[in-house]
Design a binder for this molecule. Structure first.
Ligand SMILES: [Zn+2]
Ligand SMILES: [Zn+2]
Length: 536
């Protein structure tokens, strides 16, 4: 007879299901696999295949997030120390893209003709149409402009242009690889760099990253710098390219510091001196030419009202139309200041790194360290000071406009771009306002196009090809199988717990097969290799 257990003892025993889940994770298996039914068209044989969910957050699926991170590390490693120019092949445009460009060509020709004929108004209308088509072309996924030099239609005056940075400018050569140096022993080497940039100071902080005097900490500037961080980084890259005179390539990751401000780690191909970097940083800023937000014109108790017939918002007390986004931009005068000027802080970290060195591996570790976490989860607020700090930043972000289409513009008496019914200040659905993003809604990994000359999908395919080759499995003929999703109503549907058991079994077989394949490759006698299981 088993001895009787106390309640505490029973509670201390692990759940069988948790053990299965942990085992799946330990073996690198996905914990939320998608079930697909695969039918062999030749033989009619049906097989259930569990496909990994592919999530990038460890809180959702640790194994998939870890695999995604490893893939990013591979991408970073491959581009950093390239010594030949990567070959970048553009995809052919699709039909939708071709159609937009054809429309655009027509509009251009008609507009040019109207101008020649002195029909100014018609020409202006056609210019307007061309500008809209340009937006569609960009939205359809084509890069660049059909007419270089013609960027924004709202370009009537120079007042919203970015001031030119005070930097020497060189013509940008098409090469993407840095200089080669020759050591006294004749060996050639091509150093690359690892750089960390931070935002400016918003007030003195303690070792835990929270302000010494919260009242004096500039939360508004912190919020705005985070909102415009991507644009600022873009500007830095442009300036670096002009300053260095070549098509500089980077692999960068954005993550928060303890003080919750974003900072960026970047691997660049080629080097520059600390003095040069300091010079470029000092000359790099991003001006935000948006309408002023200094005055709250409509608080939550007096919100503008939607006018269905005209599709505009009205002032609740006067019934007059609020200025549209375009009107508000036009009202910004020559003597006005930009709403915000984003800059990097003067502190930075920069070190030269050689390909294949220990330093290189360590830096790639840094670069990918937090990729499996949400921005806000990189540093969890545990003390009350940390929680209060996060709270105050979230408050500052609540009514800060995140984009031209942000509902918060109504608070400052301006209709957001593409205004529609039901917009409420403080309730903008933009990612930047959400707690877990801390104001930075951009991508976590920013990779320039000619970094490795490959997309993430290419790197994924490389990895799969390597695995299949190691295992000695030929890639299956895709035309031979029919794939269908399995839904809960289907007789062969597996509930999550059952799927997890299959994942564990698959992974164990797969591991054993991989170990045997490696042993075989190194000349040792293989163990029994009857089972191969599903590929990762
Ligand atoms: Zn997964
Ligand atoms: Zn917003």
């Amino acid at each position: 007879m088993t001895p009787r257990q106390t309640r505490t003892q029973r509670l201390a025993m692990p759940f069988a299901r948790d053990v299965v889940r942990d085992l799946a994770v330990t073996n690198g298996g996905c914990i939320r696999p998608v079930q697909l039914r695969r039918t062999d068209i030749h033989t009619g044989q049906i097989e259930q295949v569990l496909v990994p969910c592919g999530h990038t957050l460890a809180t959702v699926c640790p194994s998939c997030a870890e695999r995604a991170k490893a893939l990013r590390a591979a991408q970073c490693r491959e581009g950093w120390h390239l010594d030949t120019e990567p070959v970048v092949v553009s995809d052919d445009p699709d039909d939708v893209q071709l159609a937009w460009v054809e429309h655009r060509a027509d509009a251009q020709q008609m507009g040019d003709q109207a101008r020649t004929d002195g029909l100014d108004e018609t020409a202006a209308e056609l210019d307007e149409l061309s500008a809209e088509l340009d937006e569609e072309i960009t939205r359809s996924g084509l890069r660049g402009n059909v007419l270089p030099g013609r960027t924004e239609r709202r370009h009537r005056s120079t007042r919203r242009r970015q001031d030119a940075p005070d930097l020497p400018r060189r013509a940008v050569a098409p090469r993407t690889i840095g200089r080669t140096y020759t050591a006294p022993d004749g060996k050639a080497f091509r150093p690359s760099m690892f750089i960390t940039l931070t935002c400016d100071s918003y007030g003195k902080i303690g070792p835990d990253g929270t302000p010494v005097d919260p009242g004096a900490y500039d939360y508004q500037r912190a919020a705005r710098d985070a909102l415009h961080f991507t644009a600022l980084f873009d500007r830095l890259v442009q300036n670096l390219r002009r300053f260095l005179g070549y098509d500089l390539q980077y692999f960068a990751t954005v993550e928060p510091q303890r003080r919750l401000a974003p900072h960026i780690h970047l691997a660049i191909r080629g080097t520059l001196s600390r003095t040069e970097l300091r010079q470029v940083l000092a000359a790099t800023y991003h001006q935000v030419w948006w309408p002023p937000t200094g005055q709250i014109r409509h608080d939550d108790a007096h919100l503008p009202v939607w006018h269905e017939a005209s599709g505009n918002y009205l002032d609740p007390s006067t019934g007059e139309l609020l200025p549209t986004w375009d009107d508000a931009l036009d009202a910004i005068g020559r003597e006005d200041e930009p709403l915000h000027v984003a800059r990097f802080g003067p502190k930075f970290d920069a070190q030269g790194v050689l390909g294949g060195s220990k330093d290189s591996a360590r830096c790639i570790g840094y670069l990918t360290k937090y990729l499996t976490k949400n921005v806000a989860d990189c540093y969890l607020a545990t003390t009350s000071a940390e929680q209060a700090h996060a709270e105050r930043l979230a408050d500052a972000l609540r009514y800060e406009p995140c984009s031209p289409t942000c509902a918060n513009w109504l608070r400052y008496g301006v209709q957001p771009k593409n205004a529609r019914e039901g917009m409420r200040p403080g309730r903008c659905t933009g990612k930047a306002h959400r707690r877990e993003y801390l104001g930075y809604a951009g991508r976590r990994v920013l990779v320039s196009r000619k970094w490795s000359g490959k997309t993430l999908a290419d790197h994924r395919a490389d990895r799969k090809a390597w695995l299949l080759e190691t295992l000695g499995i030929a890639d299956t003929d895709p035309a031979r199988f029919m794939w269908e999703p399995v839904t809960p109503g289907d007789p062969d549907h597996m509930p999550p717990a059952q799927r997890l058991l299959h994942v564990v079994a698959d992974r164990q077989r797969w591991h054993a097969a991989l170990i045997n394949a490696r042993a075989r490759a190194s000349g040792e006698p293989p163990e029994d290799l009857s089972a191969t299981g599903q590929a990762a």
